[in-house]
Design a protein around this ligand. Structure first.
Ligand SMILES: [Mg+2]
Length: 276
């Protein structure tokens, strides 16, 4: 463990090897929510919904997370909820996509306009060091289980360019939201988007930084990429509980380093110096 004041970089690799690996990094794949900023796109958009739709969305959210954390209840075929009371792991991508569709439907009903999503992007702010870290990479992509227009507006506001894979929203000529593109980006899509990035750029795995803040970001990580999990210090307890419940072991072998910090400056400095 390398400790520098209030920053810890934890790695199972020896420091020299970690630095040598970091020195090869030329391009980056980035999660968005919780990683490049400390906010949450869905929460920010949903906070703008009228009460009935916001409550319905909250019900779905509650059900989803209870499924992820609680497993299968004992039941019988007489129970009308015999199927709906559990979410099979194999069905999670379907559920993720349907949840996105359901939320977008609520946004359409609420009459959201293109500029509402711009306001959300401006509200999200920037994690300290996020933009310099993006700029350090020759090519970069944001891969998010959030919304494409929000990520694009965020990049524009911070004057930095990156490719984006996120759920695309569709608007009419007056800027009114009408729906979404069917190629929805959910947790498990992160792997496909990362693969597509490598195909299109030709970067080798060892030249790629993958940065995320949640177990779902493991989908973007391969054995050969430089994989960093960001754990914001002020969320340490909550995050550790989340990792325990969502099987951090499945991710641990792939992680090059865990950075415990509210800022991305230490990671940017580490990569910059390793390259030098
Ligand atoms: Mg995240």
């Amino acid at each position: 463990m390398i400790s520098a004041g209030t920053v810890d970089i934890v790695s199972r690799l020896p420091l020299l090897e970690l630095e040598a690996r970091a020195g090869l990094v030329k391009a980056g794949l980035f999660d968005f929510d919780g990683t490049l900023h400390a906010g949450n796109t869905w929460a920010s958009v949903c906070s703008r919904l009228p009460d009935p739709q916001r409550n319905q969305e909250a019900e779905i959210r509650k059900w989803y997370w209870s499924q992820v954390h609680n497993g299968r209840p004992q039941t019988s075929l007489e129970d009308p909820d015999w199927f709906h009371s559990h979410m099979p792991f194999e069905n999670q991508a379907v559920v993720d996509g349907a949840w996105v569709a359901s939320d977008v439907h609520a946004f359409v009903q609420a009459g959201f306009m293109r500029e509402d999503f711009t306001r959300v992007a401006l509200e999200l702010g920037e994690r300290e060091g996020a933009v310099p870290l993006l700029r350090l990479m020759g090519e970069r992509a944001i891969i998010t289980f959030g919304l494409e227009p929000v990520a694009l507006d965020w990049l524009k506001a911070h004057k930095v360019r990156a490719a984006v894979a996120g759920t695309r929203l569709l608007f009419d000529e007056r800027g009114r939201l009408t729906g979404h593109h069917p190629n929805v980006v959910a947790s498990s899509t992160k792997a496909s988007a990362a693969k597509r990035f490598r195909e299109l750029t030709g970067f080798e795995e060892r030249e790629l930084l993958v940065l995320g803040d949640a177990v779902t970001d493991v989908h973007m990580m391969t054995e050969g990429t430089f994989n960093v999990l960001l754990v914001p210090r002020r969320e340490l307890d909550r995050k550790l509980q989340d990792y325990r419940e969502n099987n951090l072991e499945s991710m641990w072998d792939r992680l090059s380093a865990i950075v415990v910090s509210d800022s991305l400056v230490p990671l940017e400095r580490f990569l910059f110096l390793a390259r030098a």
